[in-house]
Design a protein around this ligand. Structure first.
Ligand SMILES: Nc1ncnc2c1ncn2[C@@H]1O[C@H](COP(=O)(O)OP(=O)(O)OP(=O)(O)O)[C@@H](O)[C@H]1O
Length: 281
């Protein structure tokens, strides 16, 4: 694959430590500064470090603060206490570079009147308008073609979103998050609305894309088996207020494929995680 899509070498240099995503003593209280509303403590005392090139999933009961955690890493929400850093830089500070972070949400965000190619280019146009990235558009147009082939959408660059299946639309979303070459991908249940077969297939493909692009990934999911299949570590949050209840190393060999799901070790790890999860209630 093209080296163009691998991790930005500049990002490696700017990371002061191996930790690429760091939560340090983070609390999130919604409504803390609005006396008219009852406050909700979503997350409490989160310490979590994700190292260069790691794939870490976060699981936990509904409402425990998974999306809140991800939105804080994206700089979309401010921590009430503590700090969140990407590549050693506070995401709320003036030195934070928005281009360091790619976001993938559960539902595709493609605009129906733009072709696949133009949709993939959209984040670049937005970031360029905001002054967050520089460089020539032609450079990014070439990159779009590399991405279309990386995510398996060859031949669909001139199609419109309504001509694509749900799985293909999520491939577009993944390309959108990679187009400006962030060092970090934050993924919030990206395959949650897909059927089981498409989800399994995209899981395998995501691992290939991760391997080829060398990104650091923070992945939110409700699906414990998906978390085991994908991750180096699975972080378990307690019921709200979410605290880190467990941080489980997943020692399955890589590369992983469909056979991995049938392996003895996968079944063991999955069973242990399900048991751990039940004990939280
Ligand atoms: N803007 C908000 N204002 C007030 N409370 C909020 C807000 N957003 C989220 N919450 C509350 O914070 C808690 C954590 O929400 P969050 O969406 O992060 O959980 P989650 O683990 O992602 O949930 P789910 O698994 O159901 O998607 C919930 O109790 C939710 O009601």
């Amino acid at each position: 694959m093209s080296n163009e899509l691998a991790r930005d070498p500049e990002a490696k240099e700017t990371a002061s430590a191996e930790e690429v995503i760091s939560f340090d003593g983070v609390d999130k209280v919604y409504g803390a500064d609005d006396p008219a509303k009852e406050s909700v403590t979503a997350l409490k005392d989160i310490d979590l470090d994700i190292r260069q090139g790691e794939f870490v999933s976060v699981v936990g009961p509904s409402g425990c603060g998974k999306t809140t955690l991800l939105h804080m890493a994206a700089g979309l929400l401010e921590a009430t206490n503590g700090s969140v850093r990407i590549n050693g830089v506070d995401v709320q500070g003036p030195d934070h570079k928005r281009k360091e972070v790619g976001l993938v949400f559960q539902h595709p965000v493609a605009l129906e009147w733009r072709t696949v190619r133009k949709n993939i280019l959209l984040p670049v146009q937005i970031l360029k308008e905001n002054g967050a990235i520089e460089g020539d558009m032609d450079e990014y147009r070439d990159r779009v073609d590399d991405l279309i082939s990386l995510v398996g959408l060859e031949g669909f660059g001139d199609s419109y979103p309504n001509e694509l299946s749900g799985g293909m639309q999520q491939r577009v979303t993944i390309s959108q998050s990679l187009v400006y070459n962030p060092s970090v991908l934050l993924m919030d249940e990206p395959f949650g609305s897909l059927d089981a077969m498409t989800k399994d297939q995209l899981n395998v493909e995501l691992l290939r894309i991760w391997r080829e692009t060398e990104k650091t990934i923070l992945f939110i999911t409700h699906d414990l088996d998906e978390a085991v299949f994908l991750s180096d570590r699975v972080v378990v949050l307690s019921p709200r207020p979410g605290e880190v209840a467990d941080d489980v190393e997943i020692d399955l060999d890589r590369p992983r494929n469909e056979e991995t799901r049938g392996s003895e070790r996968f079944v063991e790890l999955s069973a242990a995680l399900h048991k751990n999860f039940r004990s939280l209630r």
